[in-house]
Write a protein that binds this ligand. Structure first.
Ligand code: OGA
Ligand code: MN
Length: 199
């Protein structure tokens, strides 16, 4: 992992797309964990936290399962993210404190409307990561991630959710949207956080 390059691009453009940052063997194990008909439990995703926590299918219609550090595959993913966390803290003095992430599966017809990852109750999210697990992805499969400039008016990039692609972006200033999936779409979404801010 080239921390200087990641830090530089986050600073200049607010996001970076990495091609195959993880070993293919780990990605294959992560894909095996991201199956809603397997032993891993998935639940409908919710928006916001605590009292604002609600499920609105028209905005967000994926199912999720939080990674479990006691599982060896999930642990390997957390270990890579820990290297990234400590490297970015050294390079950019971000004070990133921890990392949380979940598997997500979008069924056919599912999408996630344009949003910022810093919703009420999530103000301590600083950097977002998404790692894609879709083998043989085709444009007709849909589910692209569209990212916007901070005003939310202008598209700055469209990212194909292909196996082994990772995007890292600033949680607050990069509005984004997941286009409708035409086939099952698998990913791991995560957030580096600072300590809880006072309310
Ligand atoms: C999210 C999200 C993007 C993606 O989970 O908040 O925006 O491409 N995910 O899955
Ligand atoms: Mn998001």
């Amino acid at each position: 992992m080239n921390i200087a390059n990641i830090a530089g691009q986050l600073t200049s453009t607010g996001y970076i797309v990495l091609d195959q940052p993880l070993l293919v063997s780990l990605s294959t194990q992560l894909l095996a964990r991201c199956q809603d008909d397997g032993p891993v439990r998935f639940q409908a995703a919710r928006i916001g936290r605590g009292q604002e926590n609600q499920q609105i299918n028209s905005i967000r219609s994926d199912v999720i399962s939080w990674l479990d550090d006691t599982d060896s595959t999930d642990h390997a993913y957390f270990a890579w993210m820990e290297l990234l966390r400590s490297g970015l803290n050294e390079a950019l003095f971000l004070g990133l404190f921890d990392y949380e992430c979940h598997y997500a599966i979008y069924g056919v017809g599912a999408s996630y409307a344009k949003h910022s990852d810093v919703l009420n109750g999530n103000r301590n999210r600083i950097l977002s990561t998404v790692y894609y697990l879709n083998e043989d992805w085709q444009a007709s499969d849909g589910g692209q991630l569209v990212i916007f400039d901070p005003t939310g008016d202008t598209v700055i990039a469209t990212v194909n959710p292909t196996f082994g692609t990772m995007i890292i972006f600033l949680s607050e200033s990069v509005p984004h949207e997941v286009l409708m999936a035409n086939t099952k779409r698998r990913s791991i979404a995560g957030w580096f956080r600072v300590r809880e801010l006072a309310h």
